[in-house]
Design a protein around this ligand. Structure first.
Ligand code: COA
Length: 317
């Protein structure tokens, strides 16, 4: 497969750390030094569907394709207003595309999982272009009274259009069933026969456990994709990593022994937008002309599950 277009969209509301100080026992200094986050964007008047559609349209325009050129739509999303139908069904009509579609929920690793599915579909089905949309609103999942988690997240969407090609050099997905460090349940409708208690509440996170799992599993994935592709860390031009915490990115960087300039970040502006962080960062790099033909990108992400994924992709847009 080959990426031929990128797009992203952000809510209009910018929420700075200073604004959080108004209702949380926190400080800009604490948040910046522990996470690297200075501000995030949060949904207020717009909807998640608006962001998903905007980022998808920008990716299609960037790819030079029209809705009729898209043969499959994959949406990565953890939660949205609808339980059913899927977010992909909801936005497919607004986008004016006519093709099968489905959602995946692989938490923050969703973009890497979607790339792998797209790669397999392009290899085995008669498809021209696949649109991948990662649209997330973790701002609606967290407890806004819990300073240890709400400061971390932001809402946003990132999209890519992929077509047949030979740019995927290696990919690794991994899932280890570990629910405790990061989970959220929502209550379903009662029945006259229900005999168990239901839990309905915000995200529950053990930050330190997630931090340790994130670093160890990302390092493992990165080692494995480098070895699979027979490429050394020196040969990688950019490490486009999930933007969850600058200290996690720094830990991975120290392990790889590569220069800081190879690790682009935008977590300071957007916080953790779940599976949207990598396509949003990719779109920024693409539009700022920071990606050269032939560049080798290593992408790596981790998220609830515990799901992880990494891949090495040549840029040839
Ligand atoms: N402002 C001020 N103080 C805060 C705070 C905030 N926003 N959040 C937590 N604290 C306090 C804690 O209450 C604790 O106080 P105490 O020592 O009096 O009990 C202290 O800071 C240290 O808390 P700790 O949890 O040890 O901090 P940390 O250095 O581990 O950082 C996280 C916390 C959440 C930033 C960090 O663990 C993390 O980023 N984990 C990964 C989370 C993640 O990426 N989740 C998404 C995965 S996709």
């Amino acid at each position: 497969m080959r990426i031929i277009g990128t797009g992203s969209a952000h809510p209009s509301l910018v929420v700075t750390n200073k604004m959080l100080e108004n209702f949380l026992d926190t400080s800009d200094e604490w948040i910046v030094s522990r996470t690297g986050i200075e501000q995030r964007r949060l949904i207020s008047s717009e909807s998640l569907e608006d962001l998903a559609v905007e980022s998808a349209l920008k990716a299609m325009e960037n790819a030079g394709v029209v809705p009729d050129d898209i043969d499959f739509l994959i949406v990565s999303n953890v939660c949205n207003d609808y339980v059913t139908p899927s977010l992909s069904c909801v936005i497919q009509g607004e986008l004016g595309i006519k093709c099968p579609c489905f959602d995946i929920n692989c938490a923050c690793s969703g973009f890497i999982y979607a790339l792998d599915i797209a790669e397999s579909f392009l290899a085995t089905k008669d498809l021209r272009n696949i649109l991948i949309v990662c649209a997330e609103q973790p701002g609606r999942m967290v407890d806004w009274k819990d300073r240890a988690q709400c400061v971390l997240f932001g809402d946003g969407a990132g999209s890519v259009v992929v077509t047949k090609g030979d740019d995927m050099k290696a990919i690794r997905l991994n899932t280890v069933s570990k629910v405790d460090p990061l989970w959220q349940k929502r209550a379903m409708q009662p029945t006259p026969f229900l005999r168990k208690e239901e839990h309905d509440g915000p995200l529950v996170m053990n930050g330190q456990d997630v931090f340790k799992l994130a670093v160890s599993s990302s390092i493992d994935d990165i080692e494995k994709v480098l070895s699979k592709a027979n490429i050394s860390a020196e040969d990688i031009d950019l490490f486009v990593l999930h933007q969850a915490n600058i200290r996690i990115i720094d830990a991975i960087r120290h392990f790889s022994k590569q220069d800081k300039s190879k690790f682009p970040v935008n977590i300071n502006k957007y916080g953790n937008t779940s599976s949207a962080t990598i396509p949003i960062l990719l779109d920024e790099l693409n539009r700022e002309g920071k990606l050269k033909n032939g560049d080798l990108l290593l992408m790596s992400a981790f998220g609830a599950g515990f799901t992880t994924g990494a891949c090495i992709l040549r840029w040839s847009k």
